[in-house]
Design a protein around this ligand. Structure first.
Ligand code: BJW
Ligand code: ZN
Length: 252
């Protein structure tokens, strides 16, 4: 099921980067963005995931993020997340970069996850930046527009919307790791959103072998050295086992 070429490339590699997207959390029951039944089957991105939309209709946007935050808090990491956590231990340098805001990688035991698009757990004031207390979620749930207790401005989720810069430190670290990586796996992402989608391409230009794991070819598929079609929760544990076996065979 897993390509021998990928196993060999990963077996030989010391520096690996994995980029994940919403597809890896689909098997935890969280909706993706662009798949049928994804978030944007119901809403247009421009109505929700940008600052202008938020200022025009804060109740809608706060309510949508609050509902997603609740879904995230009751979701559990799945075998795909866990396999990446275990894969990390097989390489000298393993960089896990995610576009996801759900923190399921961290909850499955991955440390040092680079979050490109922030996280949905925290909300903060758009003006003074103060972290919102837990009480704002009850306000939002009751249909009120939640505002900062210090300056009275709106509170927003700590995510990156369209037109906003990604956190500089996170993007720089991901970019540097991409230029060093010998193998890149792009998992469960449509490859449509930049600059995240540049990472596998940057790595390829620097000589990396790049592969994707997706239930259908992504927008980056034609650039990939290898496309593995299937669920992340099936393919990643199989890849982990195959690599462990190969390493064990080497030692005997
Ligand atoms: C499975 C599966 C299973 C399902 N197993 N697989 C260069 C070119 C063109 C445009 C731009 C560019 N550079 C910048 C831009 C503009 C813009 C952009 O990219 N636009 C394009 C869409 C056209 N980018 C930005 O604005 C970014 N900022 C920026 O560049 O700042 C500099 C700047 C400032 C000012 C002006 C110009 C530049 C910011 C992007 C922020 C993205 N934010 C969101 C929302 C986050 C908050 C939230 O969660 O609501 O991030 S958008 C949304 O898309 C979210 C995701 O992280 C992101 C990527 O989505 P993802 O993860 O790929 O999900 P899907 O649903 O698209 O795909 C799921 C995949 O999984 C599918 O392929 C399935 O097949 C697969 N799948 N089940 C494996 N079980
Ligand atoms: Zn404030």
């Amino acid at each position: 099921m897993i390509s021998e070429l990928l196993i060999q490339k990963m077996h030989d590699a010391t520096q690996v980067l994995v980029l994940t997207g919403a597809g890896i959390s689909a098997e935890s029951g969280l909706a993706t963005f662009r798949d049928p039944d994804g978030h944007w089957d119901q809403y247009r991105p421009e109505d929700l995931a940008n600052e202008g939309a938020f200022r025009r209709n804060p109740r809608l946007v706060q309510g949508w993020y609050h509902a997603r935050r609740k879904a995230v808090l009751s979701a559990l990491p799945n075998p795909g997340h866990r396999a990446l956590g275990a894969l990390a231990g097989l390489f000298r340098e393993f960089t896990l970069v995610t576009q996801n805001v759900d923190r399921l990688h961290q909850r499955s035991g991955s440390d040092r996850v680079i979050e490109l698009h922030g996280n949905i757990q925290q909300f903060h004031c758009i003006e003074c930046g103060l972290d919102a207390p837990e009480a704002v979620f009850a306000e939002i749930a009751s249909g009120q527009v939640a505002c900062c207790q210090i300056c009275g401005n709106l509170v927003r989720p700590a995510v990156v919307w369209f037109g906003e810069s990604l956190p500089k430190e996170a993007l720089d670290a991901a970019w540097q790791a991409a230029t060093r990586a010998e193998v890149v796996l792009s998992v469960g992402t449509s490859g449509l959103v930049y600059p995240a989608a540049h990472l596998p391409l940057v790595a390829k230009r620097a000589g990396a072998f790049i592969a994707e794991v997706n239930i259908a070819p992504s927008a980056l598929a034609s650039e990939m050295d290898l496309v593995l079609i299937g669920k992340a929760g099936d393919i990643l544990p199989t890849l982990l086992d195959a690599l462990k076996n190969r390493k064990k065979a080497d030692r005997t």
